[in-house]
Design a binder for this molecule. Structure first.
Ligand SMILES: [Zn+2]
Length: 244
């Protein structure tokens, strides 16, 4: 599993180049683990050090990427709803065979970015040990910027070209964009973007791809309206809220 995930990343990220540090982070910090259903523990693949599910690993030296046998899948489904996520030193990825390699790599890189940021203390914490809404938003922007770069690299720049060509009407000033509303695209609108990639292997992958395209379009509108960083933060929140 580890080798497969490393391959997924390697086709997008080259060591020593822009974002290459993330590949090193994966190689040196990430341990790929699995779940034992019987005792509800996480185990790292190589040293079998057990973790109790949900327990925080303060050292963050073990970011566990969770696995994928059929039986485990049912269990993870209940526990984490099999979605990509990062939380307190633990990355969850959906079953390997439900995502194309390229999108597994893109989404894994996104979560790795969060893990790396937390590991290096990039985000500021308040006295309660939590990140503020703004810090959280900035972290998401960093992860999404990375995601957009990787998407563009994976398509040799064609994603950005197709994005610019989409027929998008700019929202009117009284529409509430970007604070209260965002642009919601359709499958038809996104099809020039989606056809740059192999067909999605699952509903979950289609949803993840649709989410990335929605963000890309909304960031483009923010750029065209000249709304800058605050606009990007606001529209990210609006997109997130509209998907709930
Ligand atoms: Zn994120």
């Amino acid at each position: 599993m580890r080798r497969v995930l490393e391959h997924d990343l390697q086709q997008l990220i080259t060591e020593g180049q822009n974002d290459g540090e993330l590949l090193t982070f994966f190689r040196t910090r990430v341990k790929v683990g699995y779940i034992s259903i019987e005792d509800q523990m996480l185990y790292a693949e190589d040293d079998y050090r057990p973790y109790v599910l949900g327990q925080r690993d303060n050292t963050l030296s073990h970011v566990l990427v969770l696995p994928t046998t059929f039986a485990e899948r049912r269990f993870i489904h209940e526990y984490d709803r099999i979605n990509f996520q990062y939380s307190h030193g633990r990355i969850v990825v959906p079953p390997l065979d439900t995502f194309t390699s390229i999108w597994m790599g893109i989404r894994l890189a996104h979560e790795l970015k969060h893990a790396r940021d937390e590991f290096y203390g990039i985000e500021e914490y308040d006295d309660g040990g939590n990140v503020s809404i703004r810090e959280y938003g900035l972290g998401e922007l960093r992860a999404n910027n990375l995601e957009m770069r990787l998407i563009d690299r994976a398509t040799n720049g064609r994603f950005a070209q197709e994005l610019q060509r989409l027929d998008i009407q700019l929202p009117s000033p009284d529409s509430g964009f970007p604070d209260r509303t965002c642009f919601i695209g359709t499958i038809e609108l996104f099809s020039p973007l989606d056809s740059l990639f192999p067909p999605a292997l699952s509903q979950a992958e289609s949803r993840a791809r649709g989410g990335a395209y929605t963000l890309a379009v909304n960031f483009l509108i923010v750029e065209r309206l000249g709304l800058g960083l605050e606009g990007r933060l606001a529209v990210h929140r609006s997109v997130f809220e509209s998907s709930q």
